[in-house]
Structure formats: C-alpha cells, structure tokens
Write a protein that binds this ligand. Sequence first.
Ligand code: NAD
Ligand code: ZN
Length: 234
Amino acid sequence: MTAIRNIVILTGAGVSAESGIATFRGPGGLWEGHRVEDVCTPQALHRDPELVHRFYDERRAKLGEVEPNAAHRALARLDAEWTGELLLVTQNVDDLHERAGSKRLIHMHGELKSALCARCGDSGAWEESLPPGSVCGNCGAATLRPDIVFFGEMPYRMEEIERAISRADLFVSIGTSGAVYPAAGFVQTARYHGADTLEMNLDPSEGSGWFAESRRGPAGVLVPEWVDGLLAQA
Ligand code: NAD
Ligand code: ZN
C-alpha cells in the first residue's frame, strides 16, 4: 500500500444519528415526518414558504439540544493531527462537525445556521427563527430563505471538492445512503484518480459496491477506531 497523505472524507446524516438528529430517510422514507419533496425543493419553498421556513426553524432550534458524538470528535482530532492534506465534506446541515472542532470543512448542502438571500445571493450567519419575508442586510429585499441546497440546486464549492478528490490517496464515506448526487458519485471520481476507498455505514448503502472496503456498524464506534488506527500508522 502506498503511504497515505491526502484524505477526503464525506459524511452524511448517519454521522449525526447518534447525536439524536434524524436521518433523511427515516421510517417510511420521511424526514421528520415530511415527504422530502415537500420541504427540500425550490417548488415547495415557492408553494408553501411558511411550511418550509418552519421546518428548517425547527431543525435549527433542535441544534441547541444536541451535542457532537464520538464520530464528530474523532474526525476533529484527525483534522488537528493529520499533517497531510485533509478535507471533510459534509452533506449535513447541522453544525456538529464544527462544534467538535473540525476546521478543514465544507458544508456542500448549506447550513441551518445560515440565511441566503434569494435575490442577491448574499449569505450570512443566522441563529434565530427565519420567517418568510425576513430582510436581507445586503440588498434590503425581503427575500431571505434557509441556506439549504434543495434538490435541483447546485451544491456549494464543487470545484474545490473535485480538486481535493482528484488529489486524494484515500476517500472515506461515513453515514450516507449514497442516494443523493453529486455526492454519491465522489467515490467513482476518487477511484478514477487512483485513491483507496473506504465506507463506514450502519447498513449497506446504494454505493457500497464502489468501495474497496466497507465496514458495517455505528459511526460512533467505527470512526474512532479508524482514526486511532490511521494516526498510529502515521
Ligand atoms: P440518509 O438519511 O439518506 O442516509 C443516512 C445513512 O446513514 C443510511 O445509509 C443509514 O444506514 C446510515 N446510518 C444511520 N445511522 C447510522 C449510524 N449511527 N452510523 C453510521 N451510519 C448510520 O442521509 P444522507 O445520505 O446524508 O442524505 C443526504 C441528505 O440528507 C443531505 O442532503 C442532507 O443535507 C440531508 N440531511 C441532513 C441531516 C443533518 O444535517 N444531520 C439530517 C437529515 C438529512
Ligand atoms: Zn439580498
């Protein structure tokens, strides 16, 4: 095995499950009791802004009741101690990676604690509830919306992510169902560029077949074990 220097890690809702945040496709394929197309599309926001804003207000408020778990903490330790390149790309909109201490982090699907202006594209930190009609501090229009990348919208910082993956020696995917593109395709890009690939997930994911190695179990157990092993080798 060639020495590992550059690492890209992709996380999904499963990494936050043990903190008490529901995953996307919970019981019945719903997200906190809602059909994904009712809370996670531009059409839903247009049709029923009250419902969509309230949904993300509830998710944002919930962040005050949860804490990072052992998986978030282990990834933050890896970030602090790994001297090679490292990028943590999360599909999660919660703030648990940064609260655990991760620094080299991209929220590719946006953040609950951010508001986006639908008119001028400005975005900034937002802690409180965000009712429809909230006013943008940049352009003055009453067009602030949750800073969440909906289905059909372009994820953030894709060029940076693709560049990091193309340079990675190791690509690791944790707690994601592998159903949402383009994130689900990252493993294929990583393989194309010759990276080793590892998946850690509770259940087999839709992309499991793409990974050189798949480990099954809770992220709170698997991730600290993996980080300990990696740092011991380094
Ligand atoms: P998903 O819900 O589709 O899949 C979660 C995966 O995690 C499943 O394969 C499941 O088997 C696995 N899992 C569940 N518990 C686990 C555990 N304890 N340890 C390891 N794995 C576990 O989630 P996804 O693939 O991230 O879906 C993508 C979309 O969901 C993203 O766009 C994201 O924005 C959104 N989302 C985010 C959050 C969050 O921010 N915490 C929560 C729900 C949904
Ligand atoms: Zn604006």
